[in-house]
Design a protein around this ligand. Structure first.
Ligand code: C6P
Length: 408
């Protein structure tokens, strides 16, 4: 079944607005953050209007309603990624915090000087800097799976790195610059065969692909609500319960404890052990509404739609003299098109496109080492989601011809 794009676009109020200069918004920056459907906005609004109270703490009607909504969302998020249990879903602020939770709790309890962590050259800073910090503190070793010219991970090098029995393999399921969809199941299986634990950065995959925790067999998987039609300020860490149970808590405070004495505490059970303090309640409810929305539209249909848009976009962008695209062909990537336009700085490209309402991101997209690998400081990046259209791709392409004209 194909998406009813006109109906879908009606769900996103922001797509109906214009810029200050009267141009229609052409939002091609969903990789940075997606737009939010009215169903998510209303769910959060409704919580504040009808059920606002703190959770897990009260027996009154509002507290019970708020708790049920907060925990109900967790159940639906667990189902969305096919986790074995909702106890395996820890609410965090975002992907970055989920990865840091592993670096602080699991890694500090399990890694010592000389232990090897394998990352890749296409990681977002969120999956690099926490490991740099641990390297400085503990003396762990870091190795990187190289990225080929085509924008794929070099699995032959990965296999040789595995001979050094890493303790952790941590990689992005989908690159936010190249769009590459990495063969996660294969990478995980190979890591497990040498006894390594695996953390997957799912910031770009969960919003766009159907992911199944039990089939993938990842040990930890991190993602953010705001990239998948949900609000900012909330994300999740999936973890196998056996690993989460063995880990020390991350942040200490209310809600994450069973009992506190003056000189000691006993940690709470999962998932609360990792959720200290009053959480982002409305945002969790919005997160639940976002997975309901995506489920209703259909993840398979969303992926197919994005594939068609990406194929079209790559074709049209390739036509433009001076455009250089980064990343593999459409069949190996998600809805991301990063490119340079010869002789013109990506920031200038983005700024001129904005005059016609076309929103793209320019810069290193928090993947500076990847840009260095390709010998460039920055790219312009157009990215697509369930509400993107071929007409919007055409507007991007027209805008790029205009940029070229302006810069002679
Ligand atoms: N990438 C982009 O424009 P947070 O900020 O924690 O929600 O997500 C971090 C993150 C981690 N991994 C990957 C692969 C990502 O793409 C991102 C966020 C945005 O590409 C903002 S820098």
């Amino acid at each position: 079944m194909t998406l009813n794009i006109n109906e879908i676009r009606k769900d996103f109020p922001i797509l109906q607005r214009e810029t200050n200069s009267g141009a229609r918004i052409v939002y091609l920056d969903s990789t940075a953050t997606s737009q939010k459907p009215v169903q998510v906005i209303e769910a959060m609004n409704e919580y504040y209007r009808r059920s606002n109270a703190n959770i897990h703490r009260g027996v009154h009607t509002l507290a019970e309603e708020a708790t049920a909504m907060y925990e109900g969302a967790r159940e639906r998020i667990a189902r969305f990624i096919n986790a074995a249990s909702s106890r395996e879903i820890i609410y965090t602020r975002n992907t970055t915090e989920s990865i840091n939770l592993i670096a602080y709790s699991w890694a500090r309890a399990n890694l010592k000087a000389g232990d090897l962590v394998i990352l890749t050259e296409m990681e977002h800073h969120s999956n690099l800097v926490p490991w740099h910090m641990l390297q400085a503190e503990r003396g762990i070793e870091l190795e990187f799976i190289p990225v080929t010219e085509e924008g794929l991970l070099d699995l032959d090098v990965y296999k040789t790195l595995l001979d050094r029995t890493p303790k952790l393999v941590s990689f992005t399921h989908m690159s936010n610059v190249l769009g590459t969809i990495n063969p996660a199941a294969e990478i995980i299986k190979l890591a497990h065969a040498v006894g390594a634990v695996v953390l997957v950065d799912g910031a770009q995959s969960v919003p766009h692909l159907s992911v199944d925790m039990q089939a993938l067999d990842a040990d930890f998987y991190a993602f953010s609500a705001h990239k998948m039609c949900g609000p900012t300020g909330i994300g999740a860490l999936y973890g196998k319960s056996s690993l989460l149970e063995a880990m020390p808590p991350f942040l200490g405070g209310g809600d994450m404890i069973k009992e506190v004495k003056l000189r000691s505490f006993r940690a709470n059970t999962l998932p609360h052990k990792f959720e200290a303090g009053t959480p982002a309640i409305a945002e969790a409810i919005g997160f639940g509404a976002a997975v309901d929305y995506l489920t209703k539209v259909g993840m398979k249909e969303i992926a197919e739609h994005e594939h068609a848009i990406t194929e079209y976009a790559l074709e049209r962008l390739e036509e433009i003299p001076g455009v250089k695209l980064f990343g593999p062909a459409a069949d190996k990537k998600g809805g991301v098109a990063a490119f340079t336009l010869e002789g013109i700085h990506p920031h200038d490209v983005a700024q001129i496109l904005d005059q016609d309402g076309v929103a793209v991101r320019a810069g290193h997209h928090c993947a500076q080492p990847l840009h260095e690998k390709f010998g460039i400081p920055a790219t312009s990046r157009a990215s697509f989601y369930l509400y993107s259209t071929k007409e919007e791709v055409d507007m991007l392409v027209n805008g790029l011809y205009k940029v070229k004209e302006l810069f002679g």
